[in-house]
Design a protein around this ligand. Sequence first.
Ligand code: G3H
Ligand code: 13P
Ligand code: ZN
Length: 306
Amino acid sequence: MLVTNKYLQTEAQKGQYAVGAFNTSNIEITQAIIEAHEEKNAPVIIATSTSAIKYCGIEVLSSVVRKMAEKASIPVSLHLDHGTDYDLIIDCVRNGWTSIMIDGSHASLEENIHLTSEIVKVCHGVGISVEAELGRLGGIEDNISVDEKDARLTDTEEAVRFVKETQCDTLAIAIGTSHGAYKFKGESKLAFDRLEEIKSRIDVPLVLHGASSVIPEVLEKANKYGANLGAAKGVPVEDIKKAISLGITKVNIDTDLRLAFTAGVRQILTEKPEVFDPRKIIGAGRDDIKDVVKAKIDVLGCANKA
Ligand code: G3H
Ligand code: 13P
Ligand code: ZN
């Protein structure tokens, strides 16, 4: 069944758990995400970036995810991740996305309010929910690198004004995470006090981007089979749990799926050099992604919440 992020996150807010937003860009990743959630009876958000949509073609990606979602035994939202282009957003609206993120975090506050309000008007008219972002994460976003010095935490007063003026349904905040596999040089350090402060002032459900943990066992396996991912470091599971206990209801994960896929594919290519059937090779990556997604569902607390 297809639903919106607003619905899933409102339920999560009531139940004090979080829903995972997992990025996909092909059939196998989508299968792994949906199968894992069906086995755990958990709701899920399938996230598609601009580059994933370009990679697959918008109609193809829409058909793949929507068909699988319609057949699934769990609620699924098809979500545009980090939408920045008005025309692409409209294309997603026309092609059956149920949730849109408008990412105006690169713009000034006034511009972000303007951009977001425009998208809210369009989407609310057709029952699609809107996630907006305030503050700026570091790392790689749609192939653009955001320097550590340009990253900045979400300002609480700005968040209060932003939500009131834009009428966005959910808000992504920056509390020290970043996109990609190299999030921290030393110990992880998230601004939980800022999260608490924002949560106490606004009612809309909150989102945590850049939430991959760079799971040590997965990293070890990928490196064992020839990857070179030395200093990769993510957000510890305990920090994710704490963020959820303080009000985060959507947790974005892409990097952990990429690492799992890499580990699985590298293993089969190394251990079974006689294999050349793409389904066996990609299938091994799919299996490793599925295991990681099931473990995430336990961390997020959304098992049996479908
Ligand atoms: O926000 C970033 C996501 O990991 C998407 O990355 O643009 O390479 O698909 P991508
Ligand atoms: P990670 O790079 O930590 O997986 O974050 C993904 C994300 O925020 C997608 O929007
Ligand atoms: Zn993100």
